[in-house]
Design a protein around this ligand. Sequence first.
Ligand SMILES: *[C@@H]1O[C@H](CO)[C@@H](O)[C@H](O)[C@H]1NC(C)=O
Ligand SMILES: *[C@@H]1O[C@H](CO)[C@@H](O)[C@H](O)[C@H]1NC(C)=O
Ligand SMILES: *[C@@H]1O[C@H](CO)[C@@H](O)[C@H](O)[C@H]1NC(C)=O
Ligand SMILES: *[C@@H]1O[C@H](CO)[C@@H](O)[C@H](O)[C@H]1NC(C)=O
Length: 333
Amino acid sequence: MIAGNLIAVFGILIYKVNKKTLKNTLYQTRQFSISVIFILLILCTGALVSQVFNFGTANNVLSLRSSPMRKNFSLFYWKKSDTIENFGDKLSHILVMSIVGANLSLITAQKQREYCKTPKLLSIGSIFRFACKNDVIWGSGVLDSVTFPSKSYSKIMRTLDIRAVRGPRTRQFLMSTFNISVPRVYGDPALLLPYYLTGYKKALVPTISRLLILHYIDAKRGPAIAGNTPIVTINACLPWDQIINLILQSELVISTSLHGIIVAEAFGIPARVLASPQITLFKFHDYFEGTRRKLRYANNLSEAIQMGGEIPMKLHLTKLRKAFPMDKFEAKS
Ligand SMILES: *[C@@H]1O[C@H](CO)[C@@H](O)[C@H](O)[C@H]1NC(C)=O
Ligand SMILES: *[C@@H]1O[C@H](CO)[C@@H](O)[C@H](O)[C@H]1NC(C)=O
Ligand SMILES: *[C@@H]1O[C@H](CO)[C@@H](O)[C@H](O)[C@H]1NC(C)=O
Ligand SMILES: *[C@@H]1O[C@H](CO)[C@@H](O)[C@H](O)[C@H]1NC(C)=O
């Protein structure tokens, strides 16, 4: 614990040095929000460091137990660049690693001849277009039915091992476009995070009344969206654990990033979709219908605040959890 705090203080020093970088990702409407963020970071980092330690220990125990029986199956998740990760996509790595209980071999390549080399698991994200022959799908979605390059995928689609999809719109699209069968097992796997990241809990006394999470496409529009409204605003490309900690401190999450909404709802925090002119709503409909609700979104911030959070999701997660392709990672003992 003491070591944890020392590292935390060290981390904060590094943060100050990196203020410039931080400024590029955090958009504040009021000066005071910046100090709020720093205090939060200080509060969170101590907890975080100990979680990282616990997390590591748990993983080591689990992987020791399972290592003789492990199969080397790869996970694909999407990365914006070598250094910038979108937190929703990164959560795929965090979650699947927690479920398998061991390190994974990862594929994050953007070039088809790289990511199609070996069969892989696709999980969180609108990443169907990265599917290759014989891949396994657990909870992925299609980004948009209209722009999906269907013609070049008909052969691949027949070979996929689909265990679950994000929602009924993805399922309907796949069945009607490719004439393949798709199980009616829905849910974005990020909904399972609270069951695996057990150190992360909703704050008893939230310190942020409203958190605005911007998809990286919208990141530059932060000040324009917020106007004079006091709101803590972050970009969805901050480190995943920082974003979760900020979400857990919030009373209401407003987001143009789908995973801002999903992670908030997973941890029981009210959330409202803010539509962005640059982002298609297909994936939002897909997620909301998969959790048995209709998408109701706001067109601007004041409308989002007025609407407040959506009614909680109504999906039992057992089917999704049971559909996880453990057979690909562990041989039967
Ligand atoms: C998992 O990966 C991390 C970082 O690459 C490494 O430090 C750790 O030893 C690995 N753990 C196991 C059990 O292989
Ligand atoms: C696991 O598979 C990946 C991708 O196929 C490969 O790069 C890596 O060397 C393999 N690791 C082991 C330990 O076999
Ligand atoms: C769709 O697939 C089914 C079963 O594989 C097959 O019987 C049917 O002819 C196919 N329909 C079309 C339009 O290709
Ligand atoms: C926000 O959107 C609502 C409904 O679309 C509209 O009535 C209202 O004028 C908008 N407010 C601002 C500040 O643009």
